[in-house]
Design a protein around this ligand. Sequence first.
Ligand code: ADP
Ligand code: ZN
Length: 217
Amino acid sequence: MKAIMFGPPGAGKGTYASRLKQKLGVETIATGDIFRELIKEDPELGRKVRDYVEKGLLVPHEVVVEVLKQRLSKIPEGKGFILDGYPRTLEQAKALEAVTKIDVILLLDVPDWLIIERLSSRRICRNCGAVYNTRFLKPKVDGVCDKCGGSLYQRSDDNPEVIKKRLQVYEEQTKPLLKYFEEKKVPFVVSKTTSLDQPPEPIVDKMIEELKRRKFA
Ligand code: ADP
Ligand code: ZN
């Protein structure tokens, strides 16, 4: 299965992708995670992307595509993958098309109010990147990752001003891609979230059921 997890910031792309990875044994490529890692660990490339990420703007095309191609090339032939956070522009979608065919779009349908609530209470594990929420997806111990014991932090771009910018970028540059994929006749599996207290597991299970029914997994 070669899939794109598609949806606005805070829709749960990373949360669902990491669970599908465990349950289906596919690889995931999360461009946002990769950039945060580069900022921490690679002074040269990190300097190039930091400003964009912190302001909620898109990292320049050449850098994103370079990173994507590098990661894709590491995935063993025949192994499935889920892209989380890529593509975000028409240009990126076309660059992807030139290197691989996508089987299915996993579309997350989440209302705006819910995104804002979620992002402002989101916490991330510094060590393994697992995602929590101080209101509805709490860790067992405050501030500590259930999975690895790492400490949890709030992303610097999860503040009201930058959230607003990210949503605007999504509306203007990323959402129009849906039409592009529709025209290309790429199949969609749609998952709808309607309330803040919906736990991820049933949504993931339904996604898998649908993927199996349609022979993608
Ligand atoms: P979210 O989906 O919650 O906004 P991500 O972790 O996917 O968060 O992305 C964080 C930031 O990383 C984005 O705001 C952007 O600056 C950068 N980024 C991630 N993926 C891309 C991409 N495909 N193209 C350009 N910039 C990206
Ligand atoms: Zn962790």
